[in-house]
Design a protein around this ligand. Structure first.
Ligand code: HEC
Length: 211
């Protein structure tokens, strides 16, 4: 098979001949039947150092080489204080030093919001029960364990809303930069057609509520 021959085929023919290049197929989860959250080693090491919270899974390791994942720790830019540039001071932000770092830069309500993004909550692989995948009982996972400094560290899991299991997509953490100007969030960008395109009117998109 060559690229030229492939380009001459219709999508139906490519499907019928099973000719779609393997390397471009969606990446499966490191354990597709089992799924669950998987964190890169540099994030695990940082959390252990800062909070003595261990996100190591005894059944699985992160499967991408570090040069394929975003720089760590990523910088933090505040839309409310763009004059300050990167306010991360070169560190991954977890609970410690939260107040010292952001007092005077964020207002109390914003600091409280950030606290929530840094607070671990139990979930399936990291909790108190025997069903967990961590050796020790775990306090859980925080938003910024994946959305590191509000960006991403490449952590992944399996999307929850597709059946059967083998068709569930591996989803890699997206950056949260820019979500302040997005009108809609959607699983796997499924609502992208509702976003305004350069040609559409400036009226906000309307959605019919579904149950
Ligand atoms: C296990 C890693 C993980 C954790 C923990 C996590 N997220 Fe996410 N987040 C993701 C992934 C993966 C996506 C993309 C989901 C998709 O495409 O269906 C996402 C998407 C998002 C989006 C949508 C972004 C967009 O551009 O549409 C927002 C907002 C978000 N997360 C906020 C949060 C908040 C708030 C928390 C904590 C309550 C959190 N996330 C915890 C991995 C994570």
């Amino acid at each position: 098979m060559t690229w030229e021959k492939l380009a001459a085929l219709s999508p139906e023919e490519i499907t019928a001949r099973d000719a779609f290049p393997q390397g471009f197929l969606p990446l499966p989860h490191a354990n597709q039947p089992e799924g669950g959250m998987v964190f890169p080693k540099f994030e695990i090491d940082e959390l252990k150092k800062q909070e003595d919270r261990d996100l190591t899974r005894f059944d699985l390791d992160f499967d991408l080489p570090e040069h394929f994942v975003p720089e760590f720790p990523p910088p933090i830019y505040l839309t409310t204080r763009s004059d300050l540039g990167d306010v991360s001071k070169g560190k991954a932000r977890h609970h410690r030093e939260l107040y010292e770092l952001f007092n005077g830069i964020l207002n109390p309500k914003q600091i409280e919001g950030l606290r929530l993004l840094l607070t671990p909550f139990p979930q399936q692989q990291f909790n108190q029960t025997e069903d967990r995948r961590s050796t020790r009982a775990s306090r859980g996972v925080a938003c910024f364990d994946c959305h590191a400094n509000g960006h991403t560290n490449g952590a992944f899991h399996l999307v929850g809303d597709i059946r059967p299991q083998q068709f569930r997509h591996r989803i890699e953490t997206t950056s949260l930069r820019g979500v302040n100007i997005e009108r809609l969030f959607g699983s796997q960008r499924g609502l992208k057609t509702s976003r305004t395109s350069p040609n559409s009117s400036s009226a906000p998109p309307t959605l019919t509520a579904t149950t």
